[in-house]
Design a protein around this ligand. Structure first.
Ligand SMILES: [Zn+2]
Length: 508
């Protein structure tokens, strides 16, 4: 049984206005079986559902959230805006009392999946940090949530492997400032590499290509400064063997830039240069953030054929800085867009990210030729998003043979009234509320703002109750973290005062 979209406008990146139609689009099984020519009637097969659009609805590829961490889904709006290095003290304190039950892991994953599907976000790359460690039953709960929700997900385990002292700059000063608590800088990471690799074995064996290939595994180093070269290389081998993306947060913040001089083990290289030096900057690498990159870093990323996952809302929320959009494009590096986690975007909705990406780079200078065009932004969502998942040619277009990951938008709503310029209106007017149907792999998963695959009201009600009971424990762990703030704040200030030859902060 398929779906026939009758008389829809179809997103077409090659068309002068970004759309063609009205046309009929027929979905059969997981793929788009046919796209009619204007005026051509496609026949519905017996049992097909027919969605009448009357030329007033637009079919676009489902949006791709290229960077996300589901374990913080229940923590939205719970931490004030802080620089990353301070923020991380509150994000996931290593407190055993915060160990989730499988049900909590399942429900928190579903909260995010529901929000994304309501808004037409059909694919997500979930760089899941599972504290204190990636237990198989927690991995199973996360994976099962995506399968039940019907969202396409690429799931990795974002686990650090080194000590705080090995990851941070200005460690001698930090150690002195922490005084009696300095020992935490040398505490080993909760889970050693061999155990992490066992967890990957479970993830890949049990879940890679599950649910008719809607679920795939990825690997994650979290960030190069957080793992040993051996563990990094082992994950890269897994990526090569199984055809997986590799996620690496790279140069998100200025303190990370200062590791060039502040961590001798990098031999005077930036983290991008270090990754390249290890031979681990590769076509399957998702370079997450790339805010504090310079031209040399961008040349290395371009040569590797890697993709940058750009998260402008997160970068603003944490004051990380503004990624050099035009320099990235001039270097020829493909870009995808992500929300980053709910605790630092707060809305797990890619549309505001699209709008922010379309706006924030305009404040970097007066030459509008350097600003992003709506076509570039939308290419990042669809073409870049498909590439980041290693699914170029399968996702990101409404064409025969592509996977039927689709969002149907109502053009009679305010955002498109009057209908002036589709690309501009998708970037600057749409916020997700006009998505009236979301489809993943040919299956309708949300309609008129409601997810159809799970009992949305029951899921949200249970999550509200369960996480309300957790609140006191979370708050206690955060009170403990407060004690570390003054020392970490001085570390961030030292980095901020360091001349690295350029800045990614604007507006001073
Ligand atoms: Zn992230």
């Amino acid at each position: 049984m398929g779906v026939l979209f009758r008389d829809v406008l179809r997103w077409d990146r090659e068309a002068p206005d970004g759309w063609t139609g009205p046309v009929d689009v027929r979905v059969a099984g997981p793929t788009i079986a046919a796209v009619g020519r204007p005026g051509e009637r496609l026949q519905a097969a017996p049992g097909d559902r027919v969605v009448e659009a009357a030329g007033r609805r637009l079919l676009v590829p489902g949006l791709v959230n290229a960077h996300f961490h589901s374990p913080a889904n229940h923590l939205k709006a719970s931490v004030p805006s802080l620089p990353l290095e301070l923020f991380m003290l509150f994000e996931s304190p290593a407190d055993p009392a915060l160990t989730p039950s499988p049900r909590e892991a399942y429900l928190r994953t579903l909260i995010g999946a529901v929000e994304m599907l309501q808004n037409g976000v059909t694919s997500v790359q979930d760089d899941a940090f599972l504290m204190p460690g990636p237990d198989p039953e927690i991995i199973d709960a996360v994976a099962q949530a995506y399968l039940d929700a019907g969202q396409r997900a690429t799931l990795a385990l974002d686990q650090p492997e080194l000590t705080e002292a090995e990851k941070l700059p200005f460690v001698a000063r930090l150690r002195a400032d922490l005084g009696p608590r300095a020992g935490l800088l040398d505490q080993p990471a909760p889970v050693p590499a061999p155990q992490l690799l066992e967890a990957y074995d479970h993830l890949i064996t049990r879940w890679h290509r599950a649910g008719d290939d809607r679920l795939r595994a990825a690997v994650s180093v979290s960030a190069p400064q957080r793992v040993s070269p051996d563990y990094f290389a082992a994950l890269d081998d897994l990526a090569t063997t199984h055809g997986l993306p590799l996620f690496a947060h790279l140069l998100e913040t200025k303190p990370q830039r200062t590791l060039i001089t502040e961590q001798p083990r990098f031999g005077g290289r930036s983290l991008v240069g270090w990754t390249h030096h290890l031979g681990l900057l590769r076509p399957h690498t998702n370079v997450i953030h790339a805010v504090w990159v310079d031209e040399n870093d961008l040349a290395l990323i371009a040569d590797a054929g890697a993709t940058i996952a750009h998260n402008p809302v997160s970068n603003l929320r944490l004051g990380s800085g503004v990624m050099p959009w035009r320099a990235v494009h001039r270097a020829g590096v493909p870009v995808a867009l992500g929300t980053d986690e709910a605790i630092c975007d707060d809305a797990v909705n890619l549309w505001p990210v699209v709008k922010t990406a379309g706006l924030v780079h305009n404040i970097t200078g007066a030459d509008p030729g350097d600003w992003p065009t709506p076509a570039e932004i939308l290419d990042a969502v669809w073409t870049g998003g498909a590439r980041a998942q290693r699914r170029a040619g399968e996702l990101g277009a409404v064409e025969p043979g592509m996977l039927a990951d689709l969002a149907l938008l109502d053009l009679d709503r305010v955002a498109f009234t009057p209908f002036n310029d589709l690309r501009e209106q998708l970037v600057h007017c749409e916020d997700g509320r006009d998505v009236v149907l979301t489809m993943v792999g040919g299956q309708v998963v949300a309609e008129h703002g409601r997810v159809t695959t799970v009992d949305q009201d029951a899921v949200l009600a249970e999550a509200r109750e369960l996480f309300a009971r957790r609140r006191a424990t979370v708050q206690q762990a955060r009170r403990d973290a407060e004690e570390l703030v003054p020392a970490y704040r001085r570390m961030v200030a030292s980095a901020a005062a360091t001349d690295v030859g350029f800045t990614r902060w604007v507006g001073r």
